[in-house]
Design a protein around this ligand. Structure first.
Ligand SMILES: *[C@@H]1O[C@H](CO)[C@@H](O)[C@H](O)[C@H]1NC(C)=O
Ligand SMILES: *[C@@H]1O[C@H](CO)[C@@H](O)[C@H](O)[C@H]1NC(C)=O
Ligand SMILES: *[C@@H]1O[C@H](CO)[C@@H](O)[C@H](O)[C@H]1NC(C)=O
Ligand SMILES: *[C@@H]1O[C@H](CO)[C@@H](O)[C@H](O)[C@H]1NC(C)=O
Ligand SMILES: *[C@@H]1O[C@H](CO)[C@@H](O)[C@H](O)[C@H]1NC(C)=O
Length: 473
């Protein structure tokens, strides 16, 4: 293709967008909506044309190589029928049980996750599955390439297709960033104010985090463990989900005076150690295992409407804006009653995340990536990110969801969740809050991690911490 002339005026692909669609990695987000009623697919095409495509020009663009080497977005004609898939499921025996339907759904999701996008067309797909399963009468799966935007942009986009189930004319609201992810008032605004007011401490933390971040992704590698087998590439996985009551999480949060994010990360860490012990009772509870915790680096309180996000100079621009923190999974001492202090997992997580958030490390990691990109090329940075992920044990990411029940074209949405696919770690935990609940999704490498056992461990970890912190079963 000769692009030299038309190159000008095309929107460049953001750096992270380029990394996510490179030779070493092709990362996508699967967003899954569970409908309370069977899905009437007849409106799908018009909804996509009238509501979904106008959200962002990238949904009707492809990535092309620009004149000076950087990738650009170029608008193309979208053939909606190429992007919408409506598989049918019929069991060989005629009528099928709901567990058969559940496993059909799970393997369908796992299968589409493994298929690469065709680069000649815009990087999204929608799958409509009218197969009644235990959680829903019908399921809509959005497969969106991560190059299109981060979780924040993409969730914002999906939400702008939905309305409130109680009254479509009312606005959808979100937990405030402060309530959700920081105990500290100005924590959401990652560094600037802190740097001015508390210069010294952040500087020390920064050097340490920065050093560790660089080290982590250049020479230090996590130990092999029941959750890490050093996979070379993205492998087939199984998904399982569990629903926590936000009420319970908030109870623990106020008892321990930490953030919602600290509580759920602490639960995940305790579950991880429990899981390791359950799969191999002699396993070492002090393996060096770190989680990459993804952080949104935007400075904001709420989801901006998509219209606002794509304005030039918007404070919360559309795109990929996040950084990762390395957070060690707390160790358990061998011998003694191993899990006698479950709340420790939350308190410890709180300390580490607070220290790291109030440091410059996050920003510097971004600068490092930017420098690497300038000095070398996006492929080199992509390899760096890839190895960073590969040398850690797990990835944790969470996104704030709406506080009200929503509906999609008059289909009440019972539940929603997302997962990130295409990255090499064996274990990934993603979360989204919706109405009164927090949906936790475990993406576990097939044949290596027992995702059902891991979700049971999550369930037990919540119980243990709830009991310990609030005296409840
Ligand atoms: C499973 O799916 C099939 C086909 O979609 C449907 O006929 C059947 O009723 C479902 N089974 C249950 C228990 O919902
Ligand atoms: C945030 O927390 C404060 C105090 O705990 C509470 O009054 C407020 O309603 C919360 N806001 C949201 C959006 O949950
Ligand atoms: C990952 O760890 C291996 C082995 O320690 C090391 O050789 C490699 O450089 C590391 N990769 C990155 C990007 O850290
Ligand atoms: C666990 O690993 C540490 C560090 O390698 C070692 O000192 C310790 O003895 C090990 N514990 C067991 C029970 O294997
Ligand atoms: C974990 O890493 C530390 C240094 O970062 C090292 O001293 C320790 O031996 C490691 N533990 C194991 C079990 O490898």
């Amino acid at each position: 293709m000769d692009l030299t002339k038309e190159d000008e005026g095309l929107e460049p692909v953001s750096p992270l967008g380029q990394y996510f669609n490179s030779k070493v990695m092709s990362v996508s987000i699967l967003g899954i909506l569970e409908s309370e009623i069977p899905i009437d697919g007849s409106q799908a095409k018009s909804l996509i044309k009238d509501v979904f495509l106008p959200i962002n020009p990238r949904f009707s663009s492809i990535m092309v190589m620009g004149k000076k080497g950087g990738k650009k977005w170029r608008k193309v004609e979208v053939k909606v029928e190429n992007h919408v898939h409506v598989p049918s499921f019929s069991s060989p025996k005629g009528s099928s049980s709901s567990s058969e339907n559940d496993s059909f759904l799970k393997s369908y999701i796992a299968e589409i996750a493994m298929q690469p996008f065709q680069q000649g067309q815009p990087l999204w797909e929608i799958h409509i599955i009218n197969c009644p399963a235990s959680e829903a009468q019908g399921t809509v799966i959005f497969k969106l390439h991560h190059a299109l935007g981060d979780g924040y942009s993409l969730v914002g986009a999906l939400l702008s297709c939905l309305q409130r189930a109680d009254d479509p004319s009312l606005p959808v609201t979100f937990p405030s960033v402060n309530n959700f992810s920081s105990a500290n008032k100005d924590d959401g605004k990652i560094v600037l104010r802190k740097v001015v007011s508390r210069c010294f401490l952040p500087l020390v933390n920064t050097i340490r985090d920065f050093g560790r971040s660089v080290l982590k992704s250049t020479c230090v590698e996590d130990d092999l463990s029941p959750i890490r087998c050093r996979s070379e590439s993205f492998r087939p996985f199984s998904l399982s989900t569990i629903t926590f009551s936000l009420h319970h999480i908030k109870e623990i949060k106020s008892r321990l005076r930490v953030t919602v994010n600290d509580v759920v990360t602490g639960i995940i860490f305790l579950a991880t150690r429990l899981y390791m012990q359950r799969v191999s009772p002699n396993s070492n509870g002090s393996t060096n295992s770190t989680a990459l915790v993804l952080l949104n680096t935007r400075n904001l309180r709420d989801y901006k409407s998509v219209g606002e996000m794509i304005q030039p100079n918007s404070k919360s621009p559309w795109g990929n804006y996040f950084a990762f923190l390395h957070v060690p999974v707390p160790k358990v001492k061998p011998g003694n009653s191993q899990f006698s202090d479950p709340s420790k997992f939350v308190r410890k997580t709180h300390e580490v995340i607070k220290r790291k958030r109030s440091s410059f490390g996050v920003v510097l990691t971004g600068m490092l990536l930017e420098m690497m990109k300038k000095c070398r090329n996006p492929e080199a940075v992509a390899r760096h990110i890839y190895r960073t992920t590969r040398n850690s044990s797990m990835v944790i990411s969470n996104v704030m969801g709406p506080m009200e029940k929503l509906s999609l074209a008059n289909h009440p949405i019972k539940g929603m969740y997302f997962t990130i696919v295409g990255t090499p770690e064996s274990l990934q935990v993603t979360m989204i809050s919706y109405a009164e609940n927090l949906r936790v999704v475990v993406r576990a490498e097939q044949g290596f991690i027992d995702s059902e056992l891991y979700t049971r461990s999550l369930h037990d970890a919540l119980d243990m911490i709830l009991h310990d912190a609030c005296g409840k079963q």
